[in-house]
Design a protein around this ligand. Structure first.
Ligand code: TRH
Length: 383
């Protein structure tokens, strides 16, 4: 049985009333790639920055070694073992189940005990994946009382990130604009050892295995301006290496004028990953978290959506393109880049794409960020 929470206050851009320091248990299961942990880490970090205490339970924390090597005061990373090691662990006030990851029943049970003891009204949040589709507005804030099992008596609430005021919004730090204004691109590139010649177009590449990658290489190699591709480590660099090997074999003169240079990047921490996006003239991103960060970077962007086996991602892609009011050329580029059609790949039209992203970003900046909304939401449901 679902009921809409009429009390959620979504529209105000003003800072939410300060919530007392609560203890949050956030659960994250790494399915594949980096996004599940990437989102949970940004959320945890941002909650801690606003005075909350976080236990982040994750089944595979290895990516944090490079994504967040310094950790974060206020965030304790714990191994999500089966069963959960709960010696000395008392229930907190907020349970977060990221992306429907099925919480550990042992922990749910101690939360339910705490609620039954009348100490507090527990907030159990199901944090969903980001989508621009219409159902998100309808589903955001719905609740579902738990009738059986270790959590009987608790209520689960669905929190949907999104792009409109009637959704949970996007992760964004309060000092983001100031940090962007203070950012020194040339110094950062030098510090990263990236050989950048003024006039060279910088292109970041964070993708899966787009079939149109060879076509992108052709475009960049044949443009009048020189380009440098900054390639992220992992699937993107593997896909690029294989595309280049094929090209060198079949079409050895494809980059004969040397207009395209390539810099393979090491894995960066999340802060430097953002800096990479701020530094480039166009960002190729994928998944969920890097899309949001590319929007905040404000440069033209191309998104490779995480593919779902039933092609459900295709309507999600179209909904996003509608949301940012993508010009026709950017839509065509996205469709080829995401394998909806086989191309040819639309020529890059960065000025027009940049205008669309800037307009979308300006609109999104008017809306309260996800953590502000989540804090208000938790406050409104009783924790
Ligand atoms: O890695 P992804 O493809 O993650 C995806 C999506 O989250 C998708 O929705 C989910 O279902 C699937 O995983 C399981 O892309 P995403 O979401 O952009 O996450 C990448 C994270 O990695 C992001 O937080 C940025 C971070 N990152 C760095 O911090 N440094 C780096 O060098 C790189 C390449 C990434």
């Amino acid at each position: 049985m679902m009921a809409n929470l009429g009390t959620i206050h979504r529209m105000t851009a003003a800072a939410p009333p300060a919530l007392p320091a609560l203890l949050w248990d956030i659960f994250c299961k790494v399915i594949d790639n980096y996004g599940d942990l990437g989102v949970c880490w940004r959320l945890s970090r941002e909650l801690a920055a606003r005075g909350q205490r976080v236990r982040l339970w994750v089944d595979d924390a290895r990516a944090l070694r490079w994504m967040a090597p310094l950790g974060c005061p206020g965030v304790e990373v714990r191994a999500w073992t089966q069963p959960l090691a709960l010696q000395g662990v008392a229930a907190g006030e907020v349970l977060v189940e990221a992306f429907g990851c099925e919480l550990a029943p042992e922990l749910i049970a101690i939360y339910a005990d705490k609620q039954r003891a009348g100490v507090i009204n527990i907030a159990w949040i199901n944090l969903e994946y980001l989508s621009a589709e219409h159902y998100v507005e309808r589903s955001h804030g719905l609740s579902s009382p738990v009738m059986s099992g270790p959590g009987a008596g608790l209520t689960k609430r669905f929190f949907y990130p999104g792009f409109t005021p009637r959704t949970g919004g996007l992760l964004r730090e309060p000092d983001l604009l100031q940090r962007q204004a203070d950012f020194d691109r040339t110094a950062w590139l030098r510090q990263q050892g990236i050989e950048w010649r003024p006039g060279e177009q910088l292109v970041s590449l964070f993708c899966y295995e787009p079939g149109a990658l060879p076509q992108l290489l052709d475009q960049l190699a044949s443009q009048a301006v020189p380009s440098r591709l900054l390639v992220t480590q992992g699937r993107a660099s593997a896909a690029l290496q294989s595309a280049i090997e094929n090209k060198n074999r079949l079409q050895p003169l494809w980059n004969a004028r040397g207009m395209l240079s390539i810099s393979y990047r090491p894995l960066l921490d999340q802060i430097d990953f953002d800096h990479l996006l701020w530094s480039c003239d166009v960002n190729f991103v994928r998944g969920e978290d890097s899309l949001v960060r590319a929007l905040w970077a404000g440069q033209p962007l191309v998104w490779q959506i995480y593919p779902q086996h039933d092609d459900a991602h295709l309507s999600k892609l179209e909904a996003f393109l509608d949301t940012i009011q993508a010009p026709a050329s950017l839509r065509r580029f996205h469709r080829t880049w995401n394998g909806v059609n086989q191309g040819p790949l639309e020529p890059l039209a960065l000025p027009a794409w940049g205008e669309a992203i800037q307009a979308a970003r300006a609109q999104l900046l008017q809306q309260p960020d996800l953590v502000s909304q989540l804090l208000e939401f938790v406050d409104s449901v009783g924790a």
